[in-house]
Design a protein around this ligand. Structure first.
Ligand SMILES: [Zn+2]
Length: 460
């Protein structure tokens, strides 16, 4: 139980009661959830899976009865409520695609949400196609979101009194440079149920030099941002020899984190990077293990399957598509939702937590290059290699057709023909095909919707 004791003590709900504290209702609920998560992470895999199926059966029954989209979809399944749900029955449930959610609209929303699940909210995500995916949330899904956030802080033994700052997508004007938004609580503190130190937020659209200047003024202990932005900040600080004496850790999210970015962060700021794997419409999928660089599935919040091309589960060392079932969303149940990511399954973790291991998140479908012979794979480029050839600050490669690429660059100066030729060779060698390439130069390569940045994307 040592990790629970690292939680900050909530305020008492009783006059004069200071220790041990009798917390109010919100804080008591959060502590009760964390207490259970602290235990279930060590459960034997069989026990964990049985508990997941017991919970999933409730979601399945509810979806069949009250969600028009699932009514007919599950007709062919022999399972009836009351019978145990098995892996075999589970594997017969059809996958839910992003397009299915878009097409279903509110037919994916429950007609009879239990009142106890509280207020309904909406998450709308803009996909690569621009057509949004709309998913409902409830107080119950939000409680699990907070619990997983807090679990991440606890795993990493964060100092809850310190200052945490985030540089990310912020649709509010209050997060603009030069001040950014100043808050008195960290995200996930469940509206104050769990006390924390202050937090601050800066919009990801702020130029990197201004981000660095802003961060220096915050005297922050923790920084949260996207991997591509961290990389840009580190490059800037490397040139100017800027360090942040109070900074203890960086947390990244939303995009793929390259091992080279972790190394660069050690080198330039001398702090570790911890990555979390989330998906906007479902929340926390996996948190980085506190002792290793791989990820632990958040099995209490969702069933995470990694499926190979033939639909069978990937084993350790194999890669497959990530399929998610939210165990607590009764407002718009997501059952076997193919979120469009690929991941590699890992071996059981020596830390002793039995939450399944994802060794690495490989990428999204649109991050794959397709060769004229039909081969597909996720390309990996090293920034260092680019810099060895030419003064490249930032790059983005877009596959336009089967044999042509567009290479967008931010450089310190205009490149000479010889440098462009060397880059062309480097990229062709990496991809294993002599693509036709056109080079374009930018002051800054614009981020996609939601502030995300992809260094390779396919428009095929
Ligand atoms: Zn572990």
């Amino acid at each position: 139980m040592k990790e629970i004791s690292d939680l900050p003590i909530p305020a008492s709900s009783m006059a004069g009661n200071l220790w041990p504290v009798v917390p109010g209702q919100r804080a008591a609920m959060m502590l009760a959830l964390l207490f259970q998560l602290e235990q279930s992470q060590w459960w034997a895999p069989e026990r964990l899976q049985a508990a997941q199926f017991r919970q999933a059966a409730e979601v399945l029954r509810h979806a069949r009865r009250t969600v028009p989209y699932y009514g007919k979809k599950f007709d062919h399944i022999a399972w009836r409520h009351g019978q145990p749900l098995t892996a075999e029955i589970w594997s017969e449930l059809p996958l839910l695609k992003r397009e299915d959610i878009q097409d279903a609209g509110d037919r994916l929303h429950s007609r009879a949400l239990p009142k106890s699940h509280g207020k309904i909210g909406t998450i709308s995500t803009s996909g690569s196609t621009g057509k949004p995916v709309k998913v409902l949330t409830t107080d119950l899904t939000t409680a699990f979101w907070s619990a997983c956030t807090l679990r991440g802080y606890i795993w990493r033994r964060c100092d809850f009194e310190a200052k945490l700052v985030a540089i990310r997508h912020a649709p509010i004007k209050k997060a603009d440079y030069p001040n950014g938004g100043q808050m008195h609580l960290w995200g996930g503190a469940d509206g104050g149920a769990v006390p924390t130190g202050p937090a601050a937020l800066l919009s990801i659209m702020t130029p990197v030099a201004q981000q660095v200047e802003w961060l220096a003024r915050q005297e922050a202990t923790y920084l949260i941002t996207y991997p591509s932005n961290l990389e840009a900040m580190l490059r800037h600080c490397q040139d100017k020899k800027i360090r942040f004496p109070t900074l203890r850790e960086v947390q990244t999210m939303s995009e793929l984190l390259k091992p080279s970015t972790r190394e660069l962060c050690r080198e330039v700021w001398d702090v570790p990077v911890t990555d979390i794997y989330t998906c906007q419409e479902v929340g926390y999928i996996a948190l980085q293990c506190p002792g290793h660089q791989h990820y632990h599935a958040q099995s209490e919040n969702m069933i995470i399957e990694v499926l190979k091309g033939d639909g069978s589960p990937a084993r350790a060392g194999e890669t497959g598509k990530v399929v998610i079932t939210h165990l607590h969303n009764f407002a718009s149940p997501l059952i076997r939702y193919d979120i469009g990511d690929f991941a590699e399954v890992g071996e059981p973790c020596p830390c002793g937590r039995n939450l399944p291991v994802l060794k690495r998140i490989v990428g999204r479908v649109r991050g794959m290059v397709t060769l004229p012979n039909g081969d597909q794979f996720w390309p990996f480029f090293s920034n260092r290699k680019f810099i060895e050839v030419a003064p490249v600050r930032q790059y983005q490669i877009v596959q336009k057709t089967l044999d042509s690429l567009e290479v967008n660059l931010v450089t310190d100066r205009k490149l000479v023909v010889k440098e462009e030729d060397k880059l062309r060779d480097l990229i062709a060698k990496r991809l294993g095909h002599p693509f036709a390439m056109t080079f374009s130069y930018f002051d800054e390569i614009p981020r996609g919707k939601g502030g995300k940045f992809e260094d390779f994307k396919s428009e095929l």
